[in-house]
Design a protein around this ligand. Sequence first.
Ligand code: NAD
Length: 358
Amino acid sequence: MSKIIAVLPGDGIGPEIIAEAVKLLNTLNQSHGLDIQLEEGLIGGAAIDVTGKPLPDATLELVKKSDAVLLGAVGGTKWEPLPIAIRPEKGLLGLRSELGLFANLRPAILFPELANASTLKPEVVVGLDILIVRELTGGIYFGKPRGVRKLDNGERQGFNTLVYDTHEIERIARVGFESAMKRQRRLCSVDKANVLEATELWREIVIEISNDYPEVELTHMYVDNAAMQLVRFPKQFDVMVTNNMFGDILSDLASQLTGSIGMLPSASLDSNGKGMYEPIHGSAPDIAGRNIANPLATILSVAMLLRYSLKLPELADKVEHAVSKVLQDGLRTADIRQDGKTVVSTREMGDAIVAALN
Ligand code: NAD
């Protein structure tokens, strides 16, 4: 039976970068008989405009029956005046929690050709290969109570709750350890156990789980230090595991080590390996509609989809090699432009990837 892939372009540059990923999937489908069916759905601002909701029921139905989800990005200034509860970003958070996608894998790998595109010195980033494992369905982004309330003294007070249950920490810690087992067997757990009780528990549970993985060298780091170390000496890290908000921030930081946020893919997995694949960047309203966005993070997300959901690691390697090849050939989108290299559009980059596959 064909596998269904839900395709959710979203807002801003979302439709532009997803078009290139779809081009790639259709090419692979023809050349390698993937037996996949792509079905498009609405999410985010695009969904609000049509249905009034950031995550319409039809989209939820589609993603639930799908084998994998490919997402562009959501959000934009147009929808910012809306209450938080019905903004585009809520559609994405809803999707993650409805599908139970608790494990977000964010590899930060530097393609050697982009060593000079990073704002850090080449010797600091050449050879960089970090995997950030971010907890995705808990913590302060979901914790209750939350809101803005009026105090007796007439002031307003904003509040959110950082909350983690043991089972949530256990399962993400296991993903961290399992990932480390497939790599250099080093896991750094990032917390703020010196001031936040929820992350004190996090550390305790991670240590407990480490007993099942004696081959993995476990270290702990406070998040403020981790941010500093990522810039000072990022190659010290193999796998980092952390909570939802810390992972959000640290992975954006790590993206810049690789040259551009337009280079970083991600996979969000449930406990059975069903996944949603998306670039880590947002909808980039500042460059939307200009055919200049970098589609490589989305194309590398397709590689992750092939590897984790379709169980086609060789084909995933092939896509990653195509990205290397195109960069070696000197093609660059504007965000990774370098002297002496050719700046290409979003569509031209997508075409070059398809050509490089052959
Ligand atoms: P952003 O990631 O959209 O953009 C940050 C900067 O990086 C911008 O200068 C943008 O032009 C650039 N950039 C991002 N992706 C790029 C690409 N593929 N190629 C070239 N340059 C790229 O973050 P932001 O500006 O903070 O947020 C914009 C909107 O996106 C907001 O509405 C925000 O809520 C939303 N957002 C969505 C997601 C998501 O859908 N997963 C993630 C983050 C932010």
